[in-house]
Design a protein around this ligand. Structure first.
Ligand code: FAD
Ligand code: UDP
Length: 397
């Protein structure tokens, strides 16, 4: 039996090899993709072993309570849950209730503060006059007239959406810092995630359901694995224990796809993030949860102030926790966070996808395993679908 409480995991299995020998399924990665597969598999009676090289559950959505303030800190940057997928919303509500937090983000440009994504307030402030929706549409139509017909990279796509001046102010520098490469080398779909609004709606996400887990991310993830059939082994790197797999137990692998194959076709481009997290002796540092810094003369991309994610909570007064986010290309020893998907990565990726197809006992899933940009709800949705259509047929009987 295994229980994961407050990030600690206790197992009565003598050894991992025994656990694997008697498992119906082994899952590499305790992020939301892996946890969803584990929960579903255990629900139909399968014995599951979950490995993660980190010592915490939830992958990049992990959070902890900073002891001196009682503030919940999102270790890998602000994570807000949002979805318009009814199945995903019903599923996650089985493990946690959500607050009614709505994420609103500001950007500092030339010492002024603007709402992002770009909306009517951003455009009015940027162009220095009150614009109604029709005027703003006309203005952007003029600005966009210089955009190329076919937008096949991020820069062309952004200019086609907002015109060059807004692109230069709010997108080019942020994107170059965030992805550590020229926006012309990035795929257009990254920027299509961000809406342009001709209203004063300043919500960052447009989804039907949004919020934060009421009691925090930790209790949510603990509840997902609270099942006698799930044996969680934290602090365990798949590469150190893969020799224990005999090829008969099916594996769901959510680590980086290139690492699985020992980088034999070359290294894919990944981006990592450094956070400098500081407890400050002030009540309120910036008045909101996230402020973006799109200009290239500032090294960080954004500042997170976690107390603002839970205005409903009472925490110790006079102190706050702030994290500055710095993005950089991931080296071989760094934790990969985001697939860069620069145009040259697609050739390497197709080789790994081909190799993955031949690895018939392994399902590659999640953001790292599929080299795709997935939000939490997308990781859960794809895990639910993969479970129904694939994993359920693989589980060893
Ligand atoms: P991950 O969470 O990355 O989990 C993969 C797990 O596999 C990790 O725990 C890793 O340690 C483990 N692993 C890797 N290799 C090995 C190995 N060799 N052996 C054992 N274990 C291994 N989504 C939202 O919905 N809202 C947000 O606001 C949001 N903000 C984000 C902000 C940042 C800075 C980042 C980086 C991501 C954000 N996301 C957000 C995305 C969200 O974190 C991902 O969708 C989610 O983490 C994907 O889940 P996953 O299980 O695929 O991957
Ligand atoms: N983006 C930007 N300026 C901003 C916010 C976002 O240029 O103020 C761009 C940037 O390229 C980013 C993309 O929009 O990678 C998607 O933004 P999102 O917040 O979804 O990115 P994430 O933080 O998840 O990387």
């Amino acid at each position: 039996m295994t229980g994961a409480a407050g990030g600690r995991t206790v197992s009565v299995h003598d050894s991992l090899s025994d656990a694997i020998r008697s498992a119906h399924l082994v899952i590499v990665g305790a992020g939301l993709f892996g946890l969803t597969i584990a929960e579903r598999a255990a629900a139909i009676g399968a014995r599951v072993v979950v490995l993660d090289r980190r010592t915490t559950l939830g992958g990049n959505a992990h959070s902890y309570i900073e002891p001196s303030t009682g503030i919940e800190v999102h270790r890998y940057g602000t994570h807000v849950f949002h979805t318009s997928n009814r199945r995903v919303w019903d599923y996650v509500n089985r493990f946690t209730r959500f607050t009614d937090y709505r994420h609103r983000v500001l950007a500092v440009h030339a010492d002024q503060v603007y709402p992002v994504p770009i909306n009517l307030a951003t455009m009015s402030a940027f162009y220095g006059r009150r614009l109604d929706p029709e005027q703003a549409r006309e203005l952007l139509a003029r600005e966009r007239s210089a955009a190329p017909q076919q937008a096949d990279n991020l820069e062309d796509q952004a200019i086609a959406m907002v015109g060059r001046p807004l692109y230069e102010a709010f997108i080019r520098g942020y994107t170059a810092k965030q992805w550590q490469c020229d926006p012309r080398r990035l795929p257009a779909d990254v920027i299509r995630r961000i809406p342009v609004r001709f209203t004063f709606d300043s919500d960052y996400f447009s989804d039907t359901w949004q919020g934060l887990p009421e009691r925090g991310y930790g209790p949510w993830f603990d509840t997902m694995v609270r099942n006698r059939s799930i044996d969680v082994r934290l602090g365990t790197d798949f590469h150190d224990v893969r020799h224990l797999l005999d090829g008969t137990v099916p594996v769901v692998y959510t680590g980086p796809i290139d690492a699985y194959f020992d980088h034999r076709h070359g290294a894919l481009g990944w981006r990592t993030i450094d956070f400098t997290t500081t407890v400050m002796d002030i009540e309120d540092f910036q008045g909101t949860a996230v402020v973006n810094y799109p200009n290239e003369d500032v090294a960080f991309t954004r500042i997170h102030e976690f107390r603002h994610l839970h205005p409903e909570r009472t925490v110790a007064g006079g102190r706050t926790v702030v994290a500055h986010e710095y993005s950089r290309s991931a080296g071989p020893r760094d934790e990969p966070y985001y697939p860069v998907r620069a145009l040259e990565d697609s050739r390497i990726l197709s080789r790994y996808r081909e190799a993955a197809r031949r690895e018939t006992n392994v399902l590659f899933g999640g953001r790292l395993g599929t080299y795709q940009y997935l939000d939490m709800h997308m990781a859960i949705a794809s895990a639910l679908t993969a479970f129904d259509n694939d994993v359920t047929h693989r589980i060893r009987s």
